[in-house]
Write a protein that binds this ligand. Structure first.
Ligand SMILES: [Zn+2]
Length: 281
C-alpha cells in the first residue's frame, strides 16, 4: 500500500513530518500543563503563567521562539521552562521517525497520534505523578477498534490485525502489572506502580498485542532500572520521608511501547529466527 516517491518528495515529507510534529508538540505542552488540573486544552489561549499575558503566535513558534526569547517571557521576563522546546523537539523527531518507518500508509497518522499520546503521558507522569485517564480510557477501545480495521482492510501498515489478541493483550498485560503491584504491596510493603500504569499497559496491549506488551515491559524494566536506581539512590540521600521517592514507571512504559511500535515485529522475527536456528534450544 506504500506508494513510491522520488527522493525529493521523500525529503520534503520527512521535513514536513518534523515541523508538523513540533507544532503538535506545542499543543501537547498545553495538554501536559492542563490535563492534570482538569482544565480545557482548547481554550483559553496559552498565556504566561506569571503575568497572564496571552502568548502571541510569533512567540509560540516551536523551539525557535524559546531560543529567540532567551527562555524568558517577552512581557515579564519570567523564565520559560526548557520542557517546552524539549517536548516540541521530541514530538517532531517521533513524527519524522514514524513517517520514515511507516511511509504513506494509514498506520502513519495513527502512530503519530499514538506517539503524541505517549509524550503527554510521559511528561504528565514526570511532573504530576499521574497518568491521565483522558488518554488511557479511550486508548484501550481505540486500539481494539484499530485491530478490527486492520483485519478488515489488509495493508494498513498497522501492527495488530487480530481483535481477539488485542483484547487478550489488554486484559493480560493489564492484569499482569496489576498483580505485580499487589504482590509488591504484599511482599515488599510498598506499591510497585500505580493503577495508571495498569491502564497504560492495557492500552499498549490493545495497540500492539501480546508481543508488543511483552517487549514494552521488558524494555521498560531495563531502562527503568538503568535510569531509576541511580536516581533513587541520589534521591534517598536528601530525603528523610519513609514513603520513599516516587518513581514514575509510566515514562519507561511509553518508551518501551514506542520501541515495540517501531521494531516489535523485527524483534519477534529475530527472536523466533534464533529459536529456529539449529542448536539454539
Ligand atoms: Zn510573563
Amino acid at each position: 500500500m506504500s506508494l513510491e516517491l522520488n527522493e525529493n518528495a521523500q525529503t520534503i515529507l520527512l521535513a514536513f513530518s518534523f515541523v508538523f510534529g513540533s507544532m503538535v508538540g506545542s499543543f501537547l505542552n498545553v495538554c501536559v500543563h492542563r490535563l492534570p488540573l482538569g482544565l480545557s486544552v482548547v481554550k483559553p489561549r496559552s498565556r504566561c503563567p506569571k503575568c497572564e499575558k496571552p502568548i502571541a503566535w510569533y512567540d509560540n513558534i516551536p523551539m525557535l521562539s524559546w531560543l529567540i526569547l532567551g527562555a524568558k517571557c517577552r512581557n515579564c521576563d519570567e523564565p520559560i521552562s526548557w520542557q517546552y522546546p524539549l517536548v516540541e523537539a521530541i514530538t517532531g523527531t517521533l513524527f519524522l521517525l514514524v513517517y520514515w518507518r511507516f511511509g504513506l500508509t494509514p498506520a502513519t497518522p495513527v502512530y503519530m497520534i499514538y506517539c503524541a499520546a505517549m509524550v503527554v503521558v510521559t511528561f504528565v507522569d514526570l511532573t504530576d505523578w499521574t497518568i491521565p485517564n483522558e488518554i488511557t480510557y479511550p486508548g484501550v477501545p481505540i486500539g481494539i477498534g484499530l485491530s478490527v480495521v486492520a483485519m478488515v482492510y489488509p495493508g494498513t501498515g498497522l501492527q495488530l490485525d487480530n481483535p481477539l489478541e488485542a483484547i487478550a493483550a489488554a486484559f493480560g498485560a493489564g492484569g499482569f502489572l496489576y498483580m505485580l503491584d499487589k504482590a509488591s504491596l504484599l511482599f515488599l510493603g510498598k506499591r510497585g506502580m500505580g493503577f495508571g500504569d495498569v491502564k497504560l499497559i492495557a492500552m499498549v496491549g490493545a495497540f500492539f498485542g501480546l508481543w508488543g506488551a511483552v517487549i514494552t515491559i521488558i524494555v521498560a524494566s531495563f531502562v527503568g532500572s538503568a535510569v531509576g536506581i541511580p536516581m533513587m539512590i541520589a534521591d534517598r540521600r536528601k530525603e528523610g520521608a519513609n514513603e520513599g521517592p516516587y518513581l514514575p514507571f509510566g515514562p519507561y512504559l511509553c518508551v518501551g511501547s514506542i520501541i515495540a511500535m517501531f521494531f516489535g515485529p523485527d524483534i519477534v522475527a529475530l527472536y523466533t529466527g534464533y529459536l529456529l536456528m539449529p542448536g539454539a534450544l
